[in-house]
Design a binder for this molecule. Structure first.
Ligand SMILES: *Cc1c(COP(=O)(O)O)cnc(C)c1O
Length: 432
């Protein structure tokens, strides 16, 4: 067991119970009984490795098994590490909370995949042609501030026009090829305005992500959306897990509103969310919204993709944003209050969200200079890129896994893995 522990790495990915597999003992017995003979241990010893007590009885729990069998465990953001230590402290009853052996390595996104190619060329010009080879180095990104506001703003506008074009062509396809009802064509984004402040919300429709929080108070939302001089529109996209009925119900609620005449085609739902749709959305909207129930968002990564492309986050302080927010690189919806009742919690959080939109975000976006460039807005855009792109890159993340976990785990192995010159790699130079 100590050999397995020393040489095995485990990453826990979510605090949400549905994300953890657990099986009844009779199934474990049916499929795994040959192993306990092979290992020279009895049934009780084997089952004890993964036994977890739920309110309805005992199960064989894969996370419990993994936590007890691995010497290197992590959550996927600082706050998720903390939440996981609290969740699993009972497995180490003799230890205090901070000594529970679960650390954290925060998720990051693959920069070359998620950065728009034309922005990439713009960054080449200002960050230096080699920037991609060192893109986890924060110092390189300070040069973002050398890009003239107007040049970056025009690049942002172009991405927004590309998104609107993509959405409109999909709407046309529904009309022409699928003969959809005209209301459905409008609900899929045919009336979007490329000049209006556009909020994006695209992710799995798991209930804890609260897709409908923004729709809490429709009258107040409508006032925000339909301001004559400062219009706002919202683009939703996402799928629910096939077995998640409450999640599907949330999609239905969003779609029903997207079809409302009174909302003027300013709330839209883009169907068939996938990586391709995600690429257009994280580049093309103006603000990326995320409002999960804290502390249930382990990390989240779509907001990192958005920031890389100059789209600031508007998010609850949870997951990666808990450590990503610096004060000037986006907006935090909060402070949220975990003690308020469930019904009043959503009212409370939605209220904070509307207030931020009304008093800060919408006015800043529409505050233009004589050349029509929103200088204050561009300050947030640049701060978002410079602070988030290096820190929340997969390059930084993979290096951390290698240095803190993989190399120590490999060195501890009796079957020693070495490179050609006989040493363990300290970091991999080939990471993009
Ligand atoms: C990035 C991405 C996700 C993850 O987004 P979250 O913010 O973590 O929910 C999900 N689906 C697609 C298609 C993505 O590109």
């Amino acid at each position: 067991i100590t050999e397995v522990q020393r040489t095995t790495v485990f990453t826990t990915h979510t605090p949400v119970p549905a994300g953890h597999d657990a099986f009844p003992f009779h199934l474990v017995e049916k499929y795994l009984h040959p192993y306990w003979h092979q290992l020279g241990i009895d049934r009780e010893r084997f089952l004890a490795f993964g036994t977890h007590r739920e309110s309805w009885g005992e199960v064989f729990h894969m996370t419990v098994l993994a936590l007890q069998m691995t010497g290197h465990c992590n959550g996927v953001s600082k706050t998720h590490g903390e939440v996981s230590r609290r969740m699993w402290q009972h497995l180490w009853p003799e230890r205090s909370l901070e000594h529970v052996p679960i650390s954290s390595i925060t998720n990051g996104v693959h920069t070359p995949t998620w950065l728009d190619p034309e922005l990439h060329r713009l960054y080449d010009r200002y960050l230096g042609p080699d920037w991609q080879k060192h893109h986890d180095n924060p110092a390189i990104w300070l040069k973002i501030h050398d890009i003239p506001d107007q040049e970056l703003w025009w690049a942002r506008l172009r991405l927004k026009y590309q998104l609107m074009h993509f959405i409109r062509e999909r709407a046309r396809q529904l009309w022409r090829e699928e003969r959809r009802d005209p209301v459905q064509v409008l609900a899929s984004g045919a009336l979007l305005d490329p000049e209006a402040l556009t909020i994006g919300f695209a992710r799995r429709f798991a209930t804890y992500k609260r897709a409908t929080l923004l729709l809490q108070n429709l009258a107040r939302l409508q006032t925000i959306l339909q301001d004559r001089w400062k219009p706002v529109q919202v683009v939703f996209a996402g799928k629910a897990h096939p077995a998640d009925e409450p999640g599907k119900h949330l999609i239905h609620q969003v779609y029903t509103l997207a079809k409302e005449y009174g909302l003027g085609g300013q709330i839209v739902f883009v169907e068939d969310y996938d990586i391709r749709v995600a690429k257009f959305l994280v580049r093309g909207v103006d603000v990326w919204l995320n409002n999960p129930i804290p502390p249930l968002e382990a990390s989240g990564t779509s907001g990192q993709k958005a920031a890389l492309n100059g789209v600031p986050n508007l998010s609850i302080s949870d997951g990666w944003w808990w450590e990503g927010y610096t004060g000037g690189n986006g907006w935090t919806i909060g402070p949220t209050n975990p003690l308020v009742e469930i019904e009043s919690r959503d009212v409370h959080d939605a209220d904070l969200l509307y207030t931020l939109l009304e008093t800060e975000i919408v006015p800043l976006f529409y505050q233009r200079d004589s050349d029509d460039v929103p200088r204050g807005w561009m300050r947030v855009v640049k701060a978002a890129i410079a602070s988030i792109a290096p820190q929340f890159s997969a390059r930084r993340m993979v290096k951390e896994y290698i240095e803190r976990f993989y190399v120590p785990a490999a060195s501890a192995s009796s079957a020693v893995i070495t490179t050609a010159n006989g040493t363990l790699p300290s970091t991999s130079p080939e990471i993009d």
